[in-house]
Write a protein that binds this ligand. Structure first.
Ligand code: 13P
Length: 249
């Protein structure tokens, strides 16, 4: 049985003090839910987030990591460093990492293997650009991203993977995929995984939708059978909006 998940990706937002205020509010207001709730603050705030959330249902997670164990990688963070402060889940492959920081499918495959080898859970992001959607190439793009990023993995590790389909044209634009477009792609993703692995893995992996999810559209998007929750950017920075989206699941 796959989990429902609502995760807030805070990106490069919230200073230490701002995060303390947001986390205190979220912890106080988070509703009882069977869904897993996660937030991803910036690296420097993670230890504080971990402390603040020790007795909360909200899990602090990381936005990224490097594939190497350690070494001469100025500015990078390793899996062991995350584990050392109690972090158990990491987002990999966010479109901003791909487009702004040049992370390729090959790099992301290495990062995913490194994280899973350390028993970190991976929220693996992917999705097509606007031109791909316009030219009808979106299924191909997603197929390739899955193949190149994940399909070299052993079946056993899939229980530690969460997928996040984030069409780039919907991220931070206010334009969201329609619930039908999200469902159509999520069903395609599940079928692709079933073809590559088996039905069991495909049925048990949670597939989140990300891209301009707001309180006003969350219920409809989450109601689709293959949408298991959301990866939320902008709206997760505001307590009332994020709580409303959690309630929608
Ligand atoms: P927005 O919700 O701001 O569109 O961002 C989505 C996202 O990139 C989450 O990772």
């Amino acid at each position: 049985m796959r989990s429902k998940i609502v995760a807030g990706n805070w990106k490069m937002n919230k200073t230490y003090n701002e995060m303390e205020i947001l986390l205190a509010e979220l912890s106080a207001k988070v509703p009882d839910t069977e869904a897993e709730i996660m937030v991803a603050p910036t690296f420097v705030n993670l230890p504080r987030a971990f402390k603040m959330l020790e007795s909360s249902v909200i899990e602090p997670i990381a936005q990224n990591m490097h594939f190497a164990e350690s070494g001469a990688y100025t500015g990078e963070v390793s899996a062991d460093m995350l584990l050392g402060i109690g972090i158990e889940t990491v987002i990999l492959g966010h479109s901003e990492r791909r487009s702004v920081f040049g992370e390729t499918d090959e790099i992301l495959a290495k990062k995913t293997i490194a994280a899973l080898e350390k028993n970190l859970r991976v929220v693996f992001c992917f999705g097509e650009e606007l031109e791909d959607r316009k030219s009808g190439n979106h299924f191909n793009i997603v197929d390739n991203q899955l193949k190149d990023g994940l399909f070299n993995l052993r079946p056993e590790v899939w229980s530690n993977i969460v997928l996040a389909y984030e069409p780039v044209w919907a991220i931070g634009t206010g334009e969201t995929a329609s619930p039908e477009q999200a469902q159509e792609m999520h069903a395609f993703i599940r079928k692709t995984i079933s073809n590559e692995y088996d039905d069991n893995i495909a049925e048990n992996v949670s597939i989140l939708y990300g891209g301009s999810v707001k309180p006003g559209n969350a219920t409809e998007i989450f109601s689709k059978p293959d949408v298991d929750g959301g990866l939320i950017g902008g709206a997760s920075l505001n307590t009332d909006d994020f709580i409303a989206i959690i309630k929608a699941i």
